[in-house]
Design a protein around this ligand. Structure first.
Ligand code: CTP
Length: 208
């Protein structure tokens, strides 16, 4: 298979030097890329800014903003068999990005934020006979929210993980499929969890 993977955070700029982002390390996505390559697949990895190296043999597409991530993914998805969305996409961007550097005024300032494009949901609407696996990072009503995202993003399966996954080398995940049930659980180092998730995809949602 040829697999598209999104990873890492995105950045949304307030002005030319400051941005909103999050603490995603990109590790889960990079481990999935490595595991997919080891299993004999081709990988196109679309990544926000991270400090870890891409696994040898994968095509790496570096992006910064959510719009850039979406444009790159839209282009690549056409030639892929499926997508895994692990990116911690910035949900909001500044409505009006200022050129240069915003100077202090001595007063409080208000930033108006608008939602960014939902990369995975857009790919979900375009998927045709390709498969889509999402990740859901939840701190409350975890299963309910994961199932809601499974449907709203047209995923074949969604991987539920907790906020403790951020920045950690270990993860505990539940795979929820369209039956709305947890059909697999994996825990341990992200590298091992990634190998198990690739095997699960091959066995359950990969077509042909
Ligand atoms: N995702 C995406 N583009 C976005 C937001 C999320 O591609 N703008 C993807 C993530 O990569 C992940 C899935 O959607 O695979 C769920 O992301 P998550 O942050 O858990 O959910 P959100 O849709 O952002 O919803 P909320 O922040 O309200 O929980």
């Amino acid at each position: 298979m040829r697999i598209l993977i999104t990873a890492g955070p995105t950045r949304e700029y307030l002005d030319d030097v400051r941005y909103l982002s999050n603490a995603s390390s990109g590790q889960m996505g990079y481990e999935l890329a490595r595991a997919a390559l080891e299993a004999g697949h081709e990988v196109a990895l679309v990544s926000g800014p991270v400090t870890i190296p891409a696994p040898e043999g994968c095509e790496l597409y570096q992006v910064e903003t959510t719009d850039e991530m979406y444009s790159q993914c839209e282009q690549l998805f056409k030639d892929c068999d499926g997508v895994i969305g692990t990116a911690a996409v910035c949900d909001y961007r500044i409505k009006a990005r200022k050129p240069g550097k915003i100077a202090k005024t001595g007063e409080a300032i208000t930033l108006e934020l608008v939602e960014t494009i939902d990369v995975l949901a857009e790919l979900g609407t375009q998927k045709g006979d390709r498969w889509v696996m999402g990740f859901a990072l939840e701190s409350q009503d975890a299963r309910f929210n994961a199932v809601r995202k499974l449907y709203s993003k047209k995923c074949d399966a969604i991987v539920l993980n907790g906020v403790s996954a951020i920045g950690s080398t270990d993860n505990f995940v539940e795979v929820i499929d369209q039956s709305q049930e947890t059909v697999a659980t994996y825990s341990g180092p992200k590298a091992r969890v990634a190998r198990e998730l690739i095997a699960w995809i091959q066995a359950h949602i990969a077509r042909g």
